[in-house]
Design a protein around this ligand. Structure first.
Ligand code: SF4
Length: 167
C-alpha cells in the first residue's frame, strides 16, 4: 500500500534497488512484466536445470529464496551473467545479513554456469552498515506515490519494463 511499508524487504528488492529504483517501485506495486521477457525466461531455465542433485531450495519467511548446498554448508545463487554483479552480490549479502540476524552464520557462492565461473560471498562488518542503509533508503523509494524518474542505463534495453518506461 502506498504510504506504508508493510512488506518484509526481500533479496530481490535489494537487487532491484541497486539496478534501478524505478524497477523496484514497479515490483513493489505489483506491476509485473517479467514473465514474457526473454532474459527472465533464460534465467528460469538455468535455475531449473542446474545443480539438480546437490540443491535444496530454501525459503525463509518469503524473504530468502535460495539454494542451499548441504555438503558444503553454503548458500548458492545461480546467475546468468556478470553484467550486474554488484546487485547480485548485494542480494546475496542481504540473505546472509537476514540469516545472521536470526543467529545463522553462513557463507555464499554465486555461480555463473554459462560462464563456468563463480564468486564467493562473505558478510563483513562494513557490509552490514551498507545493507542497513540500503534497506532504509529502499523503504523510502517504495513509499513514493509515483515511480522514481527514469534514469536511462545500458541495462534498460534488456529490462522487462522498457516499453513501460520508454514507449
Ligand atoms: S527500463 Fe530502465 S528505467 Fe525503466 S525500469 Fe527498466 S531499468 Fe529502470
Amino acid at each position: 500500500m502506498v504510504g506504508d511499508f508493510e512488506r518484509e524487504v526481500t533479496g530481490i528488492m535489494v537487487y532491484y534497488y541497486v539496478i534501478c529504483q524505478r524497477k523496484l517501485w514497479y515490483f513493489y506495486h505489483n506491476i509485473n512484466m517479467e514473465q514474457n521477457n526473454e532474459d527472465v525466461q533464460i534465467g528460469k531455465m538455468i535455475d531449473e536445470n542446474t545443480y539438480k542433485r546437490e540443491d535444496k531450495h530454501i525459503n525463509i519467511d518469503n524473504v530468502i529464496s535460495i539454494d542451499f548446498i548441504k555438503s558444503k554448508n553454503i548458500l548458492n545463487e545461480v546467475k546468468k551473467s556478470k553484467k550486474i554483479e554488484e546487485a547480485s552480490i548485494l542480494q546475496v549479502k542481504y540473505y546472509l545479513y537476514y540469516l545472521q540476524k536470526k543467529g545463522v552464520h553462513l557463507k555464499a557462492k554465486i555461480d555463473y554456469p554459462l560462464l563456468k565461473d563463480c564468486v564467493e560471498v562473505e558478510l563483513k562488518d562494513e557490509d552490514i552498515l551498507e545493507i542497513e542503509k540500503i534497506v532504509k533508503d529502499l523503504k523510502e523509494v517504495v513509499k513514493l506515490k509515483f515511480p522514481p524518474k527514469i534514469e536511462k542505463k545500458g541495462y534498460c534495453k534488456k529490462c522487462a519494463f522498457y516499453d513501460l518506461c520508454f514507449i
